[in-house]
Unconditional design. Structure first.
Length: 146
């Protein structure tokens, strides 16, 4: 019998090379595999790059925190979107020097100040991806409430 791990404590990922360049399938415990690759000519451009996945991870981490708290505050959320833009360093390591997160919220009873407070909470406590990039990458947030 296989033992289940507690995903809140431990995560296990598997990466499998599927071609002669840098195209991988990545999987985490029972989820669908995702395609990961690098840009040509080193890769074939057949999947997300590692930095694209980082932007998605950061966006979903922040989005999860914000939506959890907005819903607890009984806010009407009719739409939610985060557009992430990462600007890379020009010299190696070419990781991000800045990330801008544009947060678009459709709500008739949510204010900028409420969202700003929640963003601060996410940054300081509730978003582990933010905690990992903090101090290494300048992060800017822009909030648009419609």
């Amino acid at each position: 019998m296989e033992t289940k791990i507690d995903k809140s404590i431990e995560l296990k990922a598997k990466l499998v090379l599927i071609n002669s360049k840098l195209h991988f399938n990545g999987m985490v415990d029972g989820n669908q595999p995702i395609s990961i690759d690098y840009i040509p000519p080193i890769g074939d451009g057949l999947g997300y790059t590692s930095l694209e996945l980082l932007l998605l991870s950061f966006s979903s981490c922040l989005g999860s925190a914000l939506l959890t708290f907005l819903r607890r505050m009984q806010k009407n959320i009719d739409g939610f979107e985060i557009n992430a833009n990462g600007v890379r360093n020009t010299e190696h390591p070419t990781g991000f020097k800045t990330i801008t997160l544009e947060i678009l919220i459709k709500s008739n009873n949510t204010t900028d100040s409420e969202v700003s407070k929640l963003i601060k909470m996410a940054e300081e406590t509730y978003c582990p991806v933010w905690a990992m990039v903090k101090g290494n990458v300048k992060v800017e947030t822009v909030v648009v409430i419609q």
